[in-house]
Design a protein around this ligand. Structure first.
Ligand SMILES: Nc1ncnc2c1ncn2[C@@H]1O[C@H](COP(=O)(O)OP(=O)(O)OP(=O)(O)O)[C@@H](O)[C@H]1O
Ligand SMILES: O=C(O)C1=C[C@@H](O)[C@@H](O)[C@H](O)C1
Ligand SMILES: [Mg+2]
Length: 174
């Protein structure tokens, strides 16, 4: 029985936005994406917010959006890759939702994120090394908040969404 929102966490390219939409359709729940809501509220895109307000400004806005979504209806929520960085956010995720950590290898994260350039943190000379660094920092935090961990390597988004449903039901029936 799903009585709380489902949060998808994980690094850039894990598939939170892509798999989140499929998952929501499968569970017949609405879908929201913190990055999208934040852009709508701000009237600017993420690279612009990073340029003008810095990462700290972006994180402040991200926390506000998370708080708003936590208090809203029960839905599937794709989060920004860095949502786990703030302790306050980690507490909110655990308090208000079922948290799914979508995992993927550096190789696949690199491949999936190299197709576009809308991720300010990867606008560096060596994005692959940056992904490794980000994973080293955040992996323990994703694990800390997760109720369920799903490895998405070599799965299509549709297969990954099906795996999440299976694991989620497994975890809820325990
Ligand atoms: N399991 C998968 N197999 C193949 N491609 C995938 C998979 N998951 C996502 N993708 C592709 O990888 C790209 C990035 O996915 P997506 O935007 O969903 O990641 P994200 O976790 O939301 O990242 P961000 O934190 O930057 O928002 C998209 O082009 C998507 O189609
Ligand atoms: O991993 C991150 O820190 C980010 C991930 C994206 O979802 C966006 O929230 C933004 O590009 C930052
Ligand atoms: Mg996303």
């Amino acid at each position: 029985m799903i009585n709380r929102s489902i949060f998808l966490v994980g690094p850039m390219g894990a598939g939170k936005s892509t798999i989140g939409k499929l998952l929501a359709a499968q569970l017949q729940l609405p879908f929201a994406d913190t990055d999208k809501v934040l852009e709508e509220r701000t009237g600017a895109d993420i690279p612009w917010i990073f340029d003008v307000e810095g990462e700290a400004g972006f994180r402040r806005r991200e926390s506000e959006v998370l708080e708003e979504l936590c208090l809203g209806e029960c839905q599937v929520i794709g989060t920004g890759g860095g949502i786990v960085l703030l302790e306050e956010n980690r507490r909110q995720l655990q308090k208000y939702g079922h948290v799914i950590y979508l995992q993927a290898s550096v190789e696949q994260l690199f491949e999936r994120t190299s197709k576009n350039s809308n991720r300010p943190l990867l606008r560096v000379p060596d994005p692959r090394a940056r992904i490794e660094e980000i994973l080293r920092e955040r992996e323990p935090l994703y694990r800390e908040v997760a109720d369920v961990i799903c490895d998405t390597d070599n799965l299509t988004p549709k297969q990954a969404a099906a795996l999440v449903v299976e694991r989620l039901h497994g975890s809820l029936s325990q």
